[in-house]
Design a protein around this ligand. Structure first.
Ligand code: MD6
Ligand code: FE
Length: 209
């Protein structure tokens, strides 16, 4: 895995193009797909309105991030099955240690599955984690996507860049509460996922160590 080719997009945001090479991507997608048996993908709904997300989600780790009509929160069990979330694959813990240097392991690996070319994610902040001193480590698998990065308010300038299969992204420091989202997918840009689509994994420390 190549870790030297890192680019700082803005203070606190670093992109690692090709962090995970093609053979390692295949291994990782196989591990993730196997964990969907214990932690199946489901489609969350927005707080209040109950509007369905345009992505399917699941989580791995002791705490999972969920959204339902009553709000956003972390909880130790899957909202559909009631079972504990599957364990985070060890390879992801290694990447977390190497890239973030944070002195405690991630507690949540949120999985976003973008299926079909209409899947996207609106501009949002990741702010449900008391451990806001920890960065979020994001990994992209499958079809490419257009990522939009803004500032700490919803208004104001944004910049966009493409995330390809195997890319890593670290979001921390002064950028930890930056607004960000996925504007669109580029269908058929990867053959990693059967039937196409994109999987984004975000590793988060939730509680303060
Ligand atoms: C995605 N990513 O790439 C959505 N959040 O599909 C995120 O929402 C995200 O990439 C926090 C930090 C990095 C991210
Ligand atoms: Fe996010």
């Amino acid at each position: 895995m190549e870790k030297l080719d890192r680019l700082t997009v803005s203070e606190g945001v670093r992109i690692f193009p090709g962090l995970i090479d093609a053979p390692a991507q295949k291994v990782l997608i196989g591990e993730v797909a196997a964990l969907f048996v214990q932690s199946p993908l489901y489609r969350p709904v927005m707080p209040g309105s109950g509007t369905p997300f345009r992505v399917e989600q699941t989580c791995f780790g002791p705490l999972g991030w969920v959204s339902d009509r009553s709000g956003y929160r972390y909880q130790p069990y899957h909202p559909v099955t009631g079972q504990e979330w599957a364990t985070i694959p060890p390879a992801l813990l290694t990447l977390w240690n190497e890239l973030t240097g944070y002195p405690a392991p991630p507690e949540c690996c949120l999985v976003n599955f973008y299926r079909g070319d209409q899947a996207k994610m609106g501009l949002h902040q990741d702010r449900d984690e008391p451990a806001l001193d920890a960065p979020v480590l994001s990994l992209s698998l499958g079809d490419s996507a257009l990522f939009r990065l803004g500032g700490s308010t919803r208004k104001g300038p944004t910049r966009s860049f493409r995330l390809n299969s195997g890319d890593g992204l670290i979001f921390g420091g002064p950028a930890r509460l930056s607004f960000h989202g996925i504007d669109r997918l580029y269908p058929d840009t990867s053959r990693l996922i059967d039937g196409g689509g994109r999987i984004n994994l975000t590793l988060r420390r939730v509680t303060r160590p």
